[in-house]
Design a binder for this molecule. Structure first.
Ligand SMILES: Nc1ncnc2c1ncn2[C@@H]1O[C@H](COP(=O)(O)OP(=O)(O)OP(=O)(O)O)[C@@H](O)[C@H]1O
Length: 520
């Protein structure tokens, strides 16, 4: 146990203090240190480091001569000339039952500060150990060169919802892939659904051949659903969802459709039956309105390929423990995507409620976890899927429907929804409006932590919330499967395309015809 600094005194807030440390201790923001209170180690998080003594400018005037040499020439024994003042926030000593307990006693001036050892961090910051049942190993502590695993509690992560927020290209979907891998390990065996608007998650299929994902009778499965397999039944659409698909309805048409829908609610019907019912209810007096509705239903609803009279995705096929289902939305339009998310999530929530309450109807007997990429498109107030997402975020935990929202535009996600994500993973965010929005919507992220966000690089993140005991900065672990969202190498693809094009057409390099003067 080697001291790295000495306490200088209290800082602005009662739970903060400063200590002085030489540059060699390499203490950075986000690091964990402690002071002793009797036997107890009171753990503190470093939030700021500012220089108190630097080399005089004159010592730095010749790049060929190191300032330490000048000091030695001047007879200064200790070459640790640069000193830093570090602000630390007291988290408390760790108690197995209570978590961090703030002793409300500041360290005394001159008291020694120690760097928190690996064991101290592993036992206090995380609720789980790597490989334990219900553990999610997403990476390592950022500030340490040695690999200190960052492990989240899968139960809290999946039931209390989570979000991954970052500017584009920061590594959100890479991290979501790590999360999916962890949840599909035998010690979690999750029932996982991924809404994948950019086709980035098909590579998870590689899991099926990896030894890390099989144990005894456990065999993991990854199902990729493309456009042709994604179907929702017409009769599963709520009235508003159907109206949203039919542009420019007149008041009269809406009123007629509404009446028909009230009669059909909860029943299974085809588009022909819906149209027949419209004519029935309209009678002779409203035949023209019925005709206009028939025309719209035939033209617009039938145009949506995902809407089918009979077929729909079976929930029990889609969601099973030890299986990830990836819904590839790449070829679907925005309206189709939102309608799909809305209808499917509603069915999933109802199936969970039915199972938990022993009600009739479709049931899912186990909790499920849903990853939603591009969440700002589905969770903004204007989105068709907003209502169901808000319900799931506020009530889903009671019924075992957990959600992970991933977005590069957090400010577009409704704040009520975002504030229900109890574990937050925030990566590099440059836009100040997004930073401010996160600070306001996410309680556990303080101002000092927000300041870290622009300085993070690809694959680094701030993780906070219920799935661990204290916020930490991490570097994301390497994926076991390849990442499906790798940025395009355009020149490589252009060269490849040109080569194939020439080969397909038998275009060979034309040798220049030799002319008589070439011979000369
Ligand atoms: N932890 C990591 N280790 C190694 N490479 C990474 C890591 N995180 C991201 N990358 C690489 O960085 C690139 C961008 O990552 P990713 O696709 O996850 O970003 P993103 O935030 O999801 O971007 P977008 O918003 O555009 O979807 C990819 O090529 C990926 O392979």
């Amino acid at each position: 146990m080697k001291a790295i600094g000495l306490v200088k005194g209290p800082a602005e807030a009662p739970h903060e203090f400063t200590f002085v440390t030489p540059d060699s201790s390499k203490i950075k923001s986000g690091e964990f240190v402690y002071y002793l209170l009797g036997e107890k180690k009171v753990i503190c998080r470093v939030v700021k480091r500012s220089p108190v003594r630097l080399y005089p400018t004159l010592y730095l005037s010749n790049p060929e001569i190191e300032p330490e040499r000048i000091l030695r020439i001047l007879g200064v024994e200790n070459p640790e000339f640069e000193l830093y003042e570090v602000k630390a926030v007291i988290m408390g000593y760790f108690d197995e039952k209570l978590g961090f307990v703030n002793p409300r006693i500041q360290p005394k001036a001159g008291q020694k500060i120690y760097l928190a050892e690996r064991e101290v961090l592993e036992n206090s910051l995380f609720r789980k150990k790597v490989g334990e049942v219900g553990s999610v190993h997403i990476g390592y502590l950022l500030n340490r060169e040695e690999d200190i695993p960052v492990v989240l509690d899968a139960a809290l992560l999946t039931s209390e919802h989570m979000c991954i927020l970052a500017s584009t290209g920061s590594g959100k979907s890479y991290l979501a892939g790590v999360l999916a891998e962890e949840l599909l390990k035998p010690y979690n065996s999750a029932a996982l659904l991924i809404f994948d608007p950019h086709g980035e998650y098909h590579t998870l299929k590689e899991i099926e051949g990896l030894k890390e994902f099989s144990s005894g009778s456990y065999k993991v499965r990854v199902r990729i659903y493309d456009k042709d397999e994604i179907k929702i039944r017409l009769s599963e659409l709520e009235y508003e969802e159907l109206v949203n698909l039919l542009p420019e309805l007149t008041d009269k048409q809406e009123a007629l459709l509404n009446r028909v829908y009230r009669d059909l609610e909860g029943k299974y019907f085809t588009s022909a039956e819906l149209i027949e019912k419209i004519y029935d209810v309209a009678g002779e007096s409203d035949k023209l309105t019925a005709k206009a509705l028939e025309w719209r239903i035939t033209r617009y609803v039938k145009n949506f390929e995902i809407i089918d009279d009979n077929r729909h995705i079976e929930l029990k096929e889609l969601l099973k423990p030890g299986q990830a289902s990836v819904l590839q939305l790449t070829e679907l339009g925005d309206r189709e995507q939102e309608t799909l998310v809305s209808v499917l999530l509603k069915r999933i929530l109802n199936a969970r409620i039915n199972a938990e309450k022993g009600l009739k109807g479709e049931k899912l007997e186990y909790p499920v976890f849903v990853i939603i990429e591009e969440a700002h498109r589905f969770a903004s107030k204007e989105a068709r899927s907003y209502k169901v997402l808000r319900t799931i975020l506020s009530e889903g935990r009671k019924f075992g429907v957990g959600v992970c929202l991933i977005s590069q535009r957090p400010a577009k996600i409704d704040s009520d929804i975002l504030s229900q994500c109890m574990t937050q993973v925030v990566m590099r965010i440059i836009n100040p409006a997004d930073q401010e929005y996160i600070r306001k919507s996410v309680e556990s992220i303080g101002k000092d932590m927000i300041e870290e966000l622009p300085g993070l690089t690809k694959g680094q993140a701030l993780v906070s919330g219920v799935a661990l005991n204290a916020p930490v900065l991490i570097r994301v672990r390497e994926r076991l499967t390849s990442h499906g969202g790798v940025s395009k190498d355009a020149p490589k693809e252009w060269i490849e395309w040109t080569k194939n094009y020439r080969e397909e057409r038998g275009i060979r390099k034309v040798e220049r015809v030799k002319l008589f003067w070439d011979e000369a």
